[in-house]
Design a binder for this molecule. Sequence first.
Ligand code: PMP
Length: 394
Amino acid sequence: MNPLGFLEDEIKTLKQENRFITPRVLESAQGPVAIVDGKKVINLTSNNYLCLANHPKVKAAAIKATEEFGIGTAAVRTIIGTTSLHVQLEKRLAEFKGTEDSIVIQSGFTSNTAVCQSLMTSPQDVLISDELNHASIIDGGRLAKAKKKVYRHSDMASLKQILEDPEVRSARRKMLVTDGVFSMDGDIANLPEIVKLCKEHDVITMVDDAHASGVLGPQGRGTTAYYGLKGQVDIQIGTLSKAFATIGGYAAGSFNLKQYLQSVARPFLFSSSHPPAVIASCLAGLDVIYGEPERIQKLWDNTKFFKEELKKAGFDTGNSQTPITPVMVGDSKKAQILSDMLFEEGVFALSIVFPTVPLGKERLRTIVTAGHEIKDLEIAAAAFKKCGKKLGII
Ligand code: PMP
């Protein structure tokens, strides 16, 4: 008997529920127009917000670091995996985020799990989370020993109710975690109110700025800077895999936070460090973010244009305030068909279904970048209109 025989049934179920995924294959550089599965498409799927993935200065920095340091360190950070480039990047990310220090961790995902697990260590602790937070925050909560309390999405009355719960009031440590920009909806957390409530109730604040870093606020410094809350958010998580277009994550906050995490955070201690080329790319990426502010401007101009085109066509684009614009479909099969039809028209926009979004909230998620031309976005919007009409979505 095959002990893995049950996988066949599991796969059948995934297919029946339209949740079976076969990744499409990128056959060119990651760009606003790319070759995917042998077809040239307008790419509305990547998080390459500022088009750094293929920027000549960033690529040159990666090559130089490889020549100088080699391809990897073959070690975890705490053994001999911390290069002078890692040290520089942590200082510069702290400056970017307006904090005392920062610690670079393997990914955005593990940055969230590392912080939740390292700070929330007892059943007497409480971790408070927005219901639409990213999967890595949910998994961070699973690894943490704390009790979990989930408030309705961006609902401050629901949050207040939790903060006033006697069990929460009497907790040993309390920490609230929220996405800065919600990854499937593109709306921005109500940080001013969250910070105010957390201060009143002695709660640590942690913001996952994966989709805000390099995108939102002055010089793309993120949600905290966008709201003018410098120094008022305890922990800012960032990822290096979206606007920075490489891989990695970080936690920015106090000097003590960094010191503590680098001694106890399990991904940091037990998983090897980034290749020098990755770290050098991020350093060069920061130079580009500061030195070419027109990229952020173009990103927002494109965002405004594309959102308006979709709205004009009659699509429900939810409450997005950022370059992530959902196109609501409300049915997993239809969402998949729409994505396939668009691909045939030369437009790549991915369908997002349960469990990534709740049942009935299936959608296509579109992300524009600084590199899209208005012409690309006009063609994409026209294709959406044509296919959306055929499917009866608009
Ligand atoms: N947080 C959010 C809000 C995200 O969207 C993502 C990426 N899917 C992550 C964390 C994880 O980041 P990374 O890809 O660097 O692991």
